[in-house]
Ligand binder design. Structure first.
Ligand code: NAP
Length: 263
């Protein structure tokens, strides 16, 4: 059983989830590295975490499952508890873009359900499992300031893309989900936050790299660069080290200033 704080990171095999996991490993946490189907990528995250871990008390395990399926969510959660005997934090990071960027009027029910099942329903119901475990284990958190629940949303929670509306709906839903869980769990000492990444360099954006390179050069993002998994990981580190003790239900933009309205 692990003696360090245990964090379950969904979608940790690649992209932002890997960056988050590495930063957690670097700062003394044990990590349940979740993936859906890409075992080879998850093994790379596992090796990366082991390489930067600072204490022999830290442990890293892989947990697999589709967060849109109830049985899989139960297996992901139970697998974490079975491996570590506990959970101190959950980072709902797993997510997908629509397979096809279709005009709003052509979005299929299949795509709408797939995207929302993974991006919104999955985090909502996985968080229920974690919250119930935390309520059943009060005062046992190994994290400064108590148990922590994080939702990785997107600038798409408020920025409109009419060619991937189902994704925007899922992320706007996550913004409300964050506030709901924050209000419900605050009195139990459980902190809930939404991290809202901007334009990030991962597999998800590989297909639009050239287009976004140009938009970045033209000043779409004030800081004029792509975001990285490390950018998100460092924000997570600050939260998990207890550096936002009087904040819950809030949004932390990690977007190089994209959200700023400019004239
Ligand atoms: P990514 O590189 O495409 O990685 C997606 C991750 O989600 C992988 O670990 C994948 O597992 C997992 N996943 C896919 N389908 C799943 C399912 N059905 N159940 C469980 N896990 C599943 O994505 P990313 O860019 O790092 O995105 C991470 C999060 O940040 C997402 O929620 C995304 O919406 C959000 N975000 C991304 C950007 C961006 O510009 N990239 C911007 C804002 C927000 P496998 O490896 O096993 O397939």
């Amino acid at each position: 059983m692990s003696l360090s704080p245990v964090i379950l990171v969904t979608g940790a095999s690649r992209g932002l989830g890997r960056g988050i996991s590495e930063e957690l490993a670097r700062t003394g946490h044990s990590v349940a590295i979740h993936y859906a189907s890409n075992r080879a990528a998850a093994d790379e995250t596992l090796a990366a975490c082991r390489a930067v871990a600072t204490s022999p008390l830290q442990q890293f395990v892989l947990v697999q499952g589709d967060v849109s399926k109830a049985d899989d969510r139960r297996a992901i959660f139970d697998g974490t508890i079975a491996a570590f005997g506990r959970i101190d934090g959950l980072i709902n990071n797993a997510g997908i873009a629509p397979r096809v960027r279709a005009d709003l009027l052509d979005v299929t029910e299949e795509s709408y359900r797939e995207v929302n099942g993974i991006n919104l329903d999955g985090p909502f119901f996985l968080s229920q499992l974690a919250a119930k475990w935390w309520l059943a284990h009060p005062g046992e958190s190994r994290l400064p300031g108590g148990y922590k629940l994080i939702f990785i949303s997107s600038l798409s929670a408020y920025a409109i893309s009419v060619n991937r509306g189902e994704y925007c709906v899922s992320k706007a839903g996550l913004a409300m989900t964050t506030q709901l869980f924050a209000a419900r769990l605050a009195e139990h000492g459980i902190q809930v936050l939404e991290l809202r990444p901007g334009i990030m360099a991962t597999d998800m954006t590989a297909g639009v790299k050239d287009k976004y390179d140009k938009m970045l050069a033209d000043g779409l993002v004030p800081q004029k660069r792509w975001g990285t998994g490390a950018d998100v990981g460092m924000a997570v580190r600050a939260i998990f080290q207890g550096l936002f003790p009087f904040t819950t239900g809030d949004v932390i933009n990690i977007d190089g200033g994209f959200h700023l309205r400019r004239l």
